[in-house]
Write a protein that binds this ligand. Structure first.
Ligand code: TXA
Ligand code: MG
Length: 380
């Protein structure tokens, strides 16, 4: 979107970005792609714009928004006492910005109150997606943006998913194709003595320990009746309409559990009277005879993977859509929300998911799956 923008397509893109930036600047709402998920952007200086975000999402008013910036130099304007940012936090910015890391810092009083309801802190992130950064730069203001889904729905990772939830509620969508990471950023507070992760994401606890040299704690949700340190922790999130069950561990045992579940609950999926059971798993975990219309697998050697729709539509299938070049955890991360939505549209009653060990990026994926499955997660 920047630099050598010469051809007609680039000109169209630049014009679209300029238009979207003007809408943002003027207090409108624009959804835009980031490397994690699509965000629903609003001018972070304008309280009224931020309040419209809550209305469009149906978001509880006490859950703060993340403020997005285009350059490290923009940080000083959105936080209080920038000279007091701990060295460890500076090192994390150097290492992981732009990227999927949101840092909780003292808020500059200019940040609209609705962005940080009742809090003296603000979550700040510099996204890596070139379209996101070009848009923020063109808007000329910091951009408050939660994920662009209706509250409680899986976050959107394509423009179609945004439109499904937000049609008629917002002023525009910038389509930048499917998001690469697929789950939301790591939310962390980096103090002088420790790092606390409020939401696991693409930057892992090991990454943060290595760069900060500090002990890293992953905060559990608040105890009953207790105020959470990060309001988002207390809400039920990421849930499709279908019931979700997750197994992870030994591949053979996962396959046995999946087959047993299907046999007990009406395996001939799609038939009238039977429950429609969708499956998201590695190819080796799919029980023989599973209806191919109700399964998604990542691409592996020789097997294109994907859903039936993806397999028959080359056009709708970017080369890496099925995650051929990375491991199952990264493929699951990239596709999970999109698949939960797609199988909901297919009217699945149940979605079975082969999970991953809760390590590295797998920690973020399993954190989202815990919520989507309302705790129905089994290690086998
Ligand atoms: O990847 C992402 O972070 C995406 C993209 C669009 O950047 N955004 C996103 O925003 O996931 P949202 O609003 O869906 O999640 C923000 C999370 C919530 O759990 C919220 O409670 C927490 O960050 N948060 C924001 N500001 C905070 C603050 N000042 N203190 C503690 N937690 C905060
Ligand atoms: Mg969200």
């Amino acid at each position: 979107a920047e630099g050598a923008a010469q051809g007609p397509e680039e000109a169209v893109l630049r014009e679209a970005l300029a238009e979207a930036a003007a809408v943002l600047r003027g207090g409108g709402l624009v959804a835009f792609p980031t490397e994690t998920v699509y965000g629903l952007g609003a001018n972070a200086w304008l309280d009224e714009a931020a309040r419209r975000v809550f209305a469009a999402k149906g978001r509880p008013a006490d859950n703060p928004l993340i403020v997005h910036i285009a350059e490290v130099g923009d940080l000083a304007g959105v936080i209080d006492r920038p000279q007091d940012v701990p060295d460890a936090a500076r090192r994390a910015m150097d290492a992981f910005w732009p990227g999927p890391l949101t840092l909780i810092l003292p808020a500059n009083p200019r940040i609209a109150p609705a962005v940080r309801p009742g809090m003296d802190t603000v979550g700040v992130r510099m996204p890596a997606h070139p379209v996101a950064r070009a848009l923020i730069r063109a808007a000329g203001c910091p951009v408050a943006a939660p994920s662009a889904n209706r509250s409680g729905r899986p976050s959107p990772t394509t423009a179609v998913d945004v439109a499904e939830d937000m049609r008629g509620q917002i002023d525009g969508i910038v389509d930048g194709g499917p998001c690469g990471i697929g789950v939301e950023s790591t939310v962390a507070r980096i103090g002088e003595e420790e790092v606390v992760i409020y939401r696991p994401g693409g930057v892992t606890p090991d990454d943060l320990a290595r760069v900060t040299g500090l002990p890293v704690r992953v905060a559990a949700g608040p105890a009953a009746g207790e105020a959470p340190a990060s309001p988002g922790m207390k809400y039920r999130h990421y849930a499709p309409r279908a019931r979700v069950y997750v197994w992870w561990g030994d591949e053979d045992r996962v396959r046995v559990e999946v087959a047993r579940f299907a046999a007990a609950h009406g395996a001939s999926v799609g038939d009238d009277g039977d429950r429609r059971i969708a499956l998201i798993a590695r190819p080796g975990t799919v029980p023989p005879g599973w209806d191919p219309a109700w399964v998604w697998t990542p691409a592996v050697d020789g097997d294109p993977g994907g859903t039936p729709e993806e397999r028959t539509s080359e056009e709708r299938r970017p080369a890496d859509l099925a995650g051929a070049r990375d491991g199952y955890a990264a493929a699951l991360s990239r596709h999970l929300y999109r698949l939960l939505r797609a199988f909901d549209r297919q009217e699945a009653d149940v979605i079975l998911v082969e999970g991953v060990p809760p390590e590295g990026l797998g920690l973020a994926v399993m954190n989202r799956l815990e919520k989507a499955a309302e705790g129905r997660v089994y290690r086998v």
